[in-house]
Design a protein around this ligand. Structure first.
Ligand code: ARG
Ligand code: ZN
Ligand code: CA
Length: 257
């Protein structure tokens, strides 16, 4: 059991009409993060019995920032009117992260989880940075406005806030459950998630097996790090939680100070 930690969040809404995403919609996303990062969603009861013993409780909470980097009061929400119709995910959607390219600059990523909400091109739902490999001023997650929060501009089947849950999983070092490679030998580096050949779309019926997990209970398509619909993404495992909490105690420890 981990102590509860709380991460300050800034949400940058970068749209032609940024008022489309209301404060209420932003709060609905924070609530969804708090729900799934404390294993307390009402639909966690839908986790198949075979996986229930593996459910992990991250005990990570998120709150909108109350102070700006300059120590002024804030509600943790910044709206930027952009002329750009959409942003590409190349370089983890770096364009949305800079005023000079029609986006919004990060707040010091050592102290805040930066979430950019914009229109992503090519039907992308979200994109994240791992702790390594990206500059500090591009660290954070980018979420398309139709997959953000649980109300307002969020559209089914991605209107349960779980795209952000998934992307923040990457931000805390988690890989996709299938290891981003179809070879069964390549996995996510997590012991208590089954081997899986590729991503899962939609919402299949349990159990589902594949060439990498040939016997029931098969693959864990209910995991937040698969690509299933929001209504079917239900759990992080204990070992995934350990991985995230390790990242929080090392690479991302400054978020807690
Ligand atoms: N990185 C994934 C993508 O956009 C996000 C998948 C989120 N899935 C979901 N059911 N919300 O390609
Ligand atoms: Zn992903
Ligand atoms: Ca695994």
């Amino acid at each position: 059991v981990y102590p509860t930690v709380t991460i300050p969040v800034v949400v940058h809404i970068v749209l032609k009409n940024p008022s489309l995403v209301t404060d209420e919609q932003v709060q609905s996303q924070i609530d969804a993060l708090n729900r799934d990062y404390s294993a307390s969603a009402s639909d966690i009861s839908s986790v198949p019995n075979a996986w229930k013993p593996r459910i992990g409780d991250a005990q990570i909470q998120f709150c909108l920032a109350q102070r700006t980097p300059d120590d002024n009061p804030t509600n943790g929400i910044e709206r930027v009117t952009t002329t750009r119709t959409s942003f590409s995910v190349s370089n983890s959607a770096s364009a949305v992260k800079h005023v000079a390219s029609g986006g919004a600059d990060a707040w010091n990523s050592s102290n805040y989880l930066n979430i950019w909400v914009c229109s992503l091109s090519d039907n992308y739902l979200g994109i994240a940075t791992f702790p390594d490999g990206y500059p500090a001023n591009e660290q954070g997650v980018v979420i398309t406005y139709t997959g953000f929060g649980t109300t307002g501009s969020a559209v089914a089947p991605f209107n349960m806030g779980r795209t952000t849950v998934h992307e923040v999983g990457h931000y805390f070092s988690l890989r996709h459950i299938w290891g981003d490679e179809s070879a069964c030998a390549v996995d996510d580096g997590i012991d208590d998630t089954p081997l899986q050949g590729t991503y899962t779309y939609n919402c299949p019926r349990f159990p589902l097996t594949d060439a990498c997990s040939v016997d029931s209970p098969g693959i864990m398509f209910n995991n937040f790090m698969d690509y299933s619909d929001d209504a079917c993404m239900l759990l992080f495992t204990s070992d995934q939680v350990d991985r995230m909490r390790l990242t929080l105690s090392e690479d991302r420890a400054s978020l807690l100070s």
